[in-house]
Design a protein around this ligand. Structure first.
Ligand code: HSE
Length: 441
């Protein structure tokens, strides 16, 4: 085959932390392979970083301490935003797009919360804002949803999309390690967000689910409508009771088309141990996507860390470079996968969903308590699938109930009524169960 000679593209990187540093290293390590795939070189001509910290800058020509030096550099074709957070990253992206630069970002918070506006600016300026690395690290899930599954109407997707949370839950369950100890290790390994509450309280996962849900269903990005619950309330007791019942607890993001609208929710979830997602451990991410023609498909891999995330950043860079070298003027595809967005279908309130539930009810061990609980559940049309009563802890006995499908609003009312009983000694723990009815998943 004859050799393709394309233009060498100039790249600027803003932010040289875990992802930016990983990107620079990958471009050097895999330079030959990338050149063969692209038919030209990728040259990092300018970097902006506040601290060099002994980093190896390879063959970068210019280093600035001001990120706007990269934005204002007229020779740069593509800007990589790996600063993270909101300020100054949002301004950097807006200004770069407005100046006609293509941008590759790993910033899920910005895409989830400001993406509608940013994609609009990109389109007006006929440039691309690429964001593969913003969701699930090295797994090419954006490409899969937007291109690979484009022939389908997506029914649902469900995934483990926070590596830190999954690492913590896996270590706690398998090695009986303490929460803080595992979190510190995740931070050291570069998995955790700068503010780890984003990982633990589900915000990071909600950003990613918002992005995937939008691409799956062609709806505008609606982070504020995504229900978000983290892992900080999960106790070792719940992990162990769930195990006795044949389940494990995973922190899942679920987006589903239902009769009434679209469910977008992030929360701890009981999964039967034999399910595919139940067996994804450590920092691994995995996303199941169900299309109406293809059925269930699974994407699995490293969801965090310098090299895995850099893999997705550089994939975007290669895509964009091919696009630029093809001479095309306009972006090749709609940023969120649809030229016609669905502005009508609502994202449902969490109280409007239906699910199965695990309840841990702390009760006084006396005659008639179970009858009262059953009666309240019956009044709210909630049917019981299984009950176990554990040994008393001091005065309190934990009653564990698994319900059949119920409406969340009814369940919340039932929980309030049960908690009001004299026999109940504390708050009821409620964890949703995902049965994946009828699916070979
Ligand atoms: N803190 C994130 C995680 C990094 O743990 O998954 C990748 O987004």
């Amino acid at each position: 085959m004859s050799e393709v000679v394309n233009k060498t593209l100039n790249i600027g990187i803003c932010g040289l932390g875990t992802v930016g540093g990983g990107t620079l290293a990958l471009l050097t390590d895999n330079a030959d392979e990338i050149r063969r795939r692209l038919g030209s070189d990728i040259k990092v001509t300018r970097i902006a970083t506040r601290t060099l910290d002994g980093k190896d800058l390879h063959r970068v020509e210019t280093v600035s301490s001001d990120v706007f030096d990269v934005v204002n550099d007229v020779d740069i074709d593509i800007l990589i935003e790996t600063i993270g957070g909101y300020d100054p990253a949002l301004d950097v992206i807006k200004r770069a797009l407005s100046k006609g630069k293509h941008v590759v970002t790993a910033n899920k918070a910005l895409i989830a919360e400001h993406g509608n506006e940013l994609f609009e600016i990109a389109q007006q300026n006929k440039v691309v804002l690429a964001y593969e690395s913003s969701v699930a690290g090295g797994i090419p899930i954006i490409k899969a949803l937007r291109e690979g599954l484009a022939a389908n109407s997506i029914n649902w997707l469900a995934g483990i999309i926070n590596g830190t949370g999954n690492f913590i839950m896996t270590e706690m369950a398998s090695k009986q390690r303490q929460f803080e100890d595992v979190l510190a290790e995740a931070q050291k390994l570069g998995y955790a967000e700068a503010d780890p509450t984003f990982d633990i309280e589900g915000i990071d996962a909600a950003h990613k689910l918002t992005i995937m849900g939008s691409i799956a269903f062609g709806i505008p990005l609606q982070f504020d409508r995504t229900y978000t619950e983290g892992i900080s309330q999960i106790t070792a007791e719940d992990i162990s009771y769930a195990e006795e019942l044949g389940y494990c607890i995973k922190h899942l993001g679920i987006a589903r088309r239902s009769g009434k609208g679209i469910e977008m929710r992030v929360h701890p979830t009981l999964l039967t141990k034999s399910r595919l997602l139940a067996n994804v451990g450590g920092v691994g991410n995995a996303i199941l996507v169900h299309g109406n023609k293809v059925g269930a498909t699974l994407y699995n891999g490293a969801g965090a860390g310098a090299e895995a995330t850099a893999s997705a950043v550089v994939a975007d860079l290669i895509d964009l470079s091919r696009h630029l070298n093809s001479g095309a003027q306009a972006p090749l595809y709609p940023a969120l996968g649809y030229w016609e967005m669905d502005e009508e279908t609502p994202v449902l309130d969490i109280e409007d969903i239906e699910a199965e539930y695990y309840l841990r009810i702390p009760a006084v061990d006396r005659v008639g308590v179970m009858a009262k609980i059953s009666s309240i559940l019956q009044d709210h049309h909630i049917s019981i699938e299984a009950v176990i009563q554990k040994e008393a802890i001091s005065e309190t006995v934990p009653i564990i109930i698994l319900t059949h499908t119920a409406q969340e609003k009814q369940l919340n009312q039932a929980i309030a009524a049960i908690e009001a009983l004299d026999d109940i000694t504390g708050k009821i723990t409620r964890i949703r169960v995902e049965p994946f009815h009828g699916e070979a998943t």
